[in-house]
Design a protein around this ligand. Sequence first.
Ligand code: SF4
Ligand code: SF4
Length: 229
Amino acid sequence: MSVEITPEIEGYYEWLFNEIADRVKSAFKIPISDEQIRAAIRIPITEPEIMLMYSYQDAFCVKCGTCCRMCNPIECEKEHFRKIAKSMKLSYKKLKKRTRSRAFKGIVKIPGNPCPFLEGKNHCTIYELRPLICKKYPMAKTISSVIQNGRIFIIDDCPASIGMVRTMIQIRIIAELMEESGIEIPSRYSEEEIEYVESLDTVARLRYFEQKIKTEKRRLSALHLKTEQ
Ligand code: SF4
Ligand code: SF4
């Protein structure tokens, strides 16, 4: 995806650099220059990278509950809302009333700010049945921005988003280092690999990328770099 570098995007890249540079550097045993990080930030994002970030999403969520306090409304399908009501031993109508939700064309809009299913600061009382929009956060927002701008997007009040983007930049730097060292890089995404990944369903994609991360970490050890995030 080609990216037109507007002054706004340029400013964003610099903000992102300031946000992640120190942590990126501390993940490596060898010195990493500012230029290496800036160059890695500017690479347009690819579909496999988006899937890679998806695979990291849960691992990076610190369950701070910020998204649950700020989202409004929370949408889910009527059938799913019914399931939530059933799990709480309530009727659909009663839960709708209790949460002041509105239904329209098969979609229930649950008013947030904060979400009525949030208990305390960060406990989701329906975690196993939380709506898809919650499961997809922050990646859904990230992806919509990628589609609009073709650039890496970070949600600055979401630690998961920051962690995922930082990890992606680290992986890009690792790939560069491997290339310079003449180590074959499986993570340089070829057209064939992208085609293959696109043919997989979501679960298979995640498995594929989890495996890829393991391979990269093994290769990273060969370069005497730290392997933690
Ligand atoms: S704001 Fe981000 S890190 Fe916090 S609970 Fe939501 S997804 Fe997880
Ligand atoms: S349903 Fe759970 S995960 Fe979703 S916003 Fe509410 S408290 Fe957060």
